[in-house]
Design a protein around this ligand. Structure first.
Ligand SMILES: [Zn+2]
Length: 258
């Protein structure tokens, strides 16, 4: 449960509420954009800071309270210092939602308006992957948005099980490569990506599968790839995020020799 504390007049949260939620309410708004995206389980841009939607009618921003809320850096992915960068979105036409975060549709529209295109598409792709939306729903959500937003939204695509997979898909496609995702391979199962119909690419997530079961399954998959005569490359999410040039060059070199 946790103790109830007042973060601003008329607004109470429990002490075990997420620090970002407490900060948003204390400022006088709701978590929005990239900050809301992570609460929906979606990909959000690294070091995106704290994004808060505030109604334009708010008489005065309660920024002074921010200093008084201890926010451990662990509350934000990769230890970003949230309060080094608080972005206020003045939004008066928000759909009804929980008191601490905007609705999923407002969250997605905010991400697309506020983030670089590649990252925004990764957020949309993870929303599709979690079956929270589908491309047709996204089309409707963005029907009244500016042209840039509608163009970005139209590039969201099913098949990415993580934001990092989406980034890899987009970057390979920008190089003119054909990417198919979630390809079923006999004897192997589903594979993240097939590039140019020749090389399979898998991206291992942040979580480390150390169990004996996963270890044994990985070895069986390795054997099945070889038995099927398939080329397969494995990279980590960190490779994709920190050393993309090497990942891309490796894939291109292997394609050249296949
Ligand atoms: Zn934002």
């Amino acid at each position: 449960m946790g103790t109830l504390i007042r973060v601003r007049r008329g607004h109470y949260v429990t002490t075990n509420a997420d620090p970002a939620q407490r900060a948003a309410v204390a400022i006088g708004g709701r978590l929005a954009c990239a900050s809301a995206a992570s609460t929906y389980g979606l990909w959000s841009e690294m070091h995106a800071g704290l994004h808060v939607a505030v109604p334009p009618s708010a008489s005065r921003l309660q920024m002074d309270v921010v200093d008084h809320i201890a926010v451990p850096s662990s509350a934000f992915r990769f230890g970003a210092d949230a309060f080094g960068d608080v972005r206020i979105h003045w939004q008066g036409n928000l759909a009804p939602s929980e008191c601490w975060r905007v609705s999923l549709a407002d969250c997605l529209r905010g991400v697309v308006r506020c983030s670089p295109a590649e990252s925004a598409i990764a957020t949309l792709d993870t929303a599709i992957g979690l079956r929270l939306v589908d491309p047709a729903m996204i089309g409707r959500m963005f029907a009244a948005e500016p042209t840039r937003s509608r163009l970005i939204a139209s590039r969201a695509f099913p098949g990415s099980e993580s934001g990092v997979e989406s980034l890899a898909r987009q970057r390979l496609q920008r190089r003119g490569l054909v990417v198919r995702q979630q390809v079923a391979v006999r004897g192997v199962g589903r594979v993240d990506m097939l590039v140019d119909d020749r090389v399979f690419v898998e991206i291992d997530g942040f979580e480390f599968h150390s169990s004996q079961h996963h270890f044994a399954r990985d070895r069986r998959r390795d054997a099945a790839f070889v038995l099927g005569g398939y080329r397969r490359l494995r990279f980590t999410a960190v490779d994709v995020l920190r050393d993309w040039a090497l990942v891309e060059q490796t894939i291109i070199d292997v394609l050249r020799h296949t």
